[in-house]
Design a protein around this ligand. Structure first.
Ligand code: SF4
Ligand code: ZN
Ligand code: ZN
Length: 307
């Protein structure tokens, strides 16, 4: 999406300073207050928040770096986690951006390296005629690795940069395919389940749009990765996001209203839905949780198929 522009003549509706957010008509100070309020709407569901150790998954993109920036500014204890997927120059640039961010923000950073790399892994799978979408393999690996690291190192929660557009487009896709199994993703916060080797999960940007996040990153001079991942093509969620943004241009707050309605339709209130663990068992190979019938998790299956 385009970086948000700033109209020089528009005034803030609260203080008459120059507005940086045209639709909300907010100046920088009032926009940051609005932003923090949306983040705190999620964080209030984390019990004993100040004493929790949070592991923030950063990719070098605007969402995850903004999530880390806002949590640090709110005074929370955070550590950054970056997984180098070995996707050619894209991963190299991402690592450089993340390291620079950690240095300027004085934050601890754990760098993990995927071996074999994602391209090697995908090639190996296709040689065995196992065709999986790169983004689904990538997402699965990222979720597994950050949870494993968080669990082993004693972090109570992992944090991701999922935003309103990500969540809404995914839920629309789920509705269109009658996939109701991912309903727990509607939760902004999932509690830790140590008996299942699961760290808790938090999505602080859940109620903020991509536009809001891009504006926050710009106002706070957060450097983000410029290049695109080679696998980022023909993504269905991207198509849905584009349609929703077109509608939002004419109907303000359409996206937020729709996401709230979907949550209500599925009879869940913010933070109240518990992850159904009745069919979750430890993987026979690695001990981490799986819902697979043969009790071998998808992560282990991917790595079992290597040459
Ligand atoms: Fe992973 Fe897909 Fe993102 Fe590339 S575009 S980093 S494969 S999720
Ligand atoms: Zn103002
Ligand atoms: Zn496993």
């Amino acid at each position: 999406m385009n970086q948000p522009g700033i109209n020089k003549f528009l005034k803030c509706k609260f203080c008459n300073a120059r507005a940086v957010h045209p639709r909300l008509r907010l100046c920088k100070e009032h926009f940051i207050r609005y932003f923090d309020k949306k983040v705190l709407k999620v964080l209030k569901h984390v019990p004993n928040l100040e004493n929790q150790s949070l592991l923030v998954a950063v990719s070098g993109g605007k969402d995850s770096l903004t999530a880390a920036h806002v949590l640090k500014r709110l005074g929370l204890k955070i550590t950054l986690y970056f997984l180098n997927l070995g996707i050619f120059d894209f991963s190299l640039e991402s690592e450089r951006v993340v390291k620079a961010f950690a240095k300027t923000q004085c934050l601890d950073l754990k760098i993990d390296v995927l071996k074999p790399s994602l391209p090697e892994l995908l090639q190996s799978l296709s040689k065995k005629k196992i065709f999986r979408k790169p983004c689904s393999v990538c997402g699965l690996i990222k979720r597994y690795r950050i949870n494993k690291y968080a669990f082993e190192q004693g972090f109570s929660f992992t944090v991701t940069g999922h935003n309103l557009d990500d969540e809404l487009s995914l839920q629309i896709l789920n509705l269109a395919t009658q996939n109701f199994e991912q309903a727990e993703r509607l939760n902004t916060v999932l509690m830790p389940k140590p008996s299942l080797k699961l760290a808790g999960r938090v999505k602080p940007l859940y109620w903020l749009s991509e536009f809001d996040i891009a504006l926050y990153a710009k106002l706070n001079n957060i450097e983000v990765v410029n290049s695109r991942c080679v696998y980022n093509k023909g993504n269905k969620q991207f198509l849905i996001k584009r349609c929703l943004n077109n509608v939002e241009q004419s109907i303000p707050s359409f996206k937020q209203g729709l996401l709230k309605s979907i949550r209500k339709l599925l009879k869940h209130k913010a933070g109240e839905l518990e992850f159904d663990t009745s069919n979750v068992k430890p993987c026979k190979r690695c001990g981490y949780p799986t819902t697979s019938k043969d009790q071998v998790c998808s992560y282990c299956k991917i790595f079992e198929n290597l040459d």
